[in-house]
Design a protein around this ligand. Structure first.
Ligand code: 5GP
Length: 112
């Protein structure tokens, strides 16, 4: 099981924000901004580079969850960034697709 499957199964406790039949959203344990949430599909796709056309509906729901989570966390108006890390150079550490939602401060561009 990936660590995110364990979180979805309730085996590791997190600060949960939102749950649906297909997705969970929770606060990142090592936040990089005042608001740093992770949105994770319950079904494992290792990374965006391994998604297939059959995953299109789930990927749509994953992205559409971002503005909903942003609203729940109070950053919908101030702004937020949605990030997916894919592979070593991007700093991916958990091989279970997830969207980072970052906000609550002015974010730099380009990212480091
Ligand atoms: P990645 O680097 O793969 O894009 O992001 C993985 C993220 O998962 C990191 O930001 C890391 O802090 C977060 N993370 C890893 N393990 C846990 C955990 O057990 N609990 C929580 N809340 N976040 C975790």
């Amino acid at each position: 099981m990936t660590i995110f499957e364990k979180i979805a199964a309730g085996q590791i406790s997190v600060r949960m924000i939102h749950e649906t039949a297909e997705l969970i959203a929770f606060h990142d344990g090592n936040p990089q901004a005042p608001v740093h949430a992770l949105i994770v599909p319950r079904r494992v796709i290792a990374r965006i580079g391994e998604a297939t056309p059959g995953d299109a509906e789930l990927l749509g729901k994953l992205l559409l969850a971002a503005p909903e989570v942003a609203r729940l966390l109070g950053v919908a108006e101030s702004g937020y960034r949605v990030v997916i890390n894919n592979g070593r150079d991007a700093g991916e550490t958990v091989p279970h697709l997830h969207v980072h939602l970052l906000g609550g401060r002015s974010l730099q561009w380009p990212p480091g």
